[in-house]
Design a binder for this molecule. Structure first.
Ligand code: BG6
Length: 368
């Protein structure tokens, strides 16, 4: 049942190429246009949407953060991302033109469920991104995009997260298609790039042994930091969450640009810092990240960099370097999250923890 793996979690990490491929299956019609069967909202209703609010908890929340970068870029409408447990209690501004996107692997998380119930009382449209057919959240939503990860047994989400990212990208591209904010050719090109992601994820999984060797080196470390920018920022947060959940060690993710405004005070000799380096592009993201990495390294940090193939600028500042396939920045979370999952899984295993059932956690939390 674990396919020869020691944990369900590890099996699920290695299933990700398949899970991502399945989540992309059948999303285009014969004419190459995106079609999302379970989006039971008319084009007219979707065209009227003037704001998106993504609500979720835990790992699903980080998928929502990536959704914000993608949907705002492609659709030019404002996207807020909010923890489900905070959403309902702050009197959010909801109208008929608001699309509330609830992301939940289980479809049963009480905080998320209560949040969508509140949104519906305000007449907002609710779309669920969910991995469990027929669960409560999709049943109470106007529309649903199912991820096709298959059952996720490990309490810490892995393939659930990657397939949520896929669903978020599909939603963003679909909205762009309906609203006409992007040319069809451009949308088709991104879908083509998405279809190459399973092979890219496979390439990253091929480097598992390098990540495991790192985990062996860091057994006993009291603290690990994670830095990212843009779509790499939620990846940093997710990397830190995985380590907290599984290895029970102090871990924090930061937006790299925010370092100098406080967190850099934490940096001390030998502190391991994972750095999600953005692809080189026309923007300044890559250069800014490299200079942030330089700063922490000058203060004694051990930098473990995730950087795309061919990125030589990072080499002088990377104590350890794990290569990622060349992909656009918005899609990079699909490859960058994987080494962080492997690292947390391996480190926790070496520490003798039960990776599938971490202490104090439940797979789905059905109380608020
Ligand atoms: C937590 C789980 O309690 O719920 C996390 O331990 C998960 O792994 C979070 O990300 C949200 O769950 P769901 O099912 O709503 O995505």
């Amino acid at each position: 049942e674990k396919d020869g793996h020691d944990w369900f979690m590890r099996k699920e990490i290695f299933e990700q190429p398949r899970a991502v491929a399945d989540s992309l299956l059948g999303r285009r019609n014969a004419a190459g246009r995106l079609q999302l069967d379970e989006v039971r909202l008319s084009d007219e209703e979707l065209r009227d949407i003037d704001k998106v609010i993504v609500i979720a908890c835990g790992t699903s929340f980080y998928a929502g953060m990536v959704a914000k970068y993608a949907i705002e870029h492609w659709c030019r409408i404002p996207v807020e991302v909010e923890l489900a447990s905070e959403f309902r209690y702050r009197d959010p501004i909801l109208t008929r033109e608001t699309l509330v996107v609830a992301i939940s692997q289980s479809g049963e998380t009480a905080d998320t469920l209560q949040a969508i119930r509140h949104a519906r009382t305000q007449r907002s449209k609710v779309l669920a991104i969910c991995n469990s057919n027929g669960s409560t959240i999709p049943r109470e939503s106007d529309a649903v995009i199912y991820t096709h990860a298959g059952p996720e047994i490990g309490v810490a989400s892995t393939k659930g997260f990657l397939t949520q990212l896929v669903a978020c990208y599909l939603l963003g591209l679909y909205l762009a298609q309906v609203k006409g904010t992007r040319y069809n050719d451009e949308i088709a090109q991104v879908v083509d790039q998405l279809e190459q992601m399973p092979a890219h994820i496979e390439t990253v999984l091929g480097q598992a042994d390098q990540v495991y060797a790192l985990a062996r080196e860091f057994v006993g470390t009291p603290s690990v930091l994670f830095l990212g920018r843009h779509a790499g920022y939620p990846v940093a947060l997710e990397g830190a969450l995985k380590l907290k959940e599984l290895a029970y060690i102090h871990a924090e993710g930061f937006a790299a640009g925010e370092l100098k405004h406080g967190p850099i005070a934490l940096v001390d000799d030998g502190l391991p810092i994972w750095c999600v380096v953005p692809p080189r592009g026309r923007d300044q993201l890559h250069e800014k990240m490299v200079s942030g990495i330089q700063e922490v390294r000058a203060r004694g940090a051990r930098t473990i960099c995730l950087a795309e193939e061919g990125d030589t600028a990072i080499e002088p500042y990377a104590d350890e370097l794990i290569r990622l396939p060349k992909v656009p920045v918005l899609l990079q979370p699909l490859v960058a999250a994987v080494p962080l999952q492997l690292f947390a899984c391996e480190l926790a295993t070496l520490m003798g923890h039960d990776v599938d059932m971490p202490r104090n956690l439940a797979k789905s939390v059905t109380v608020e």
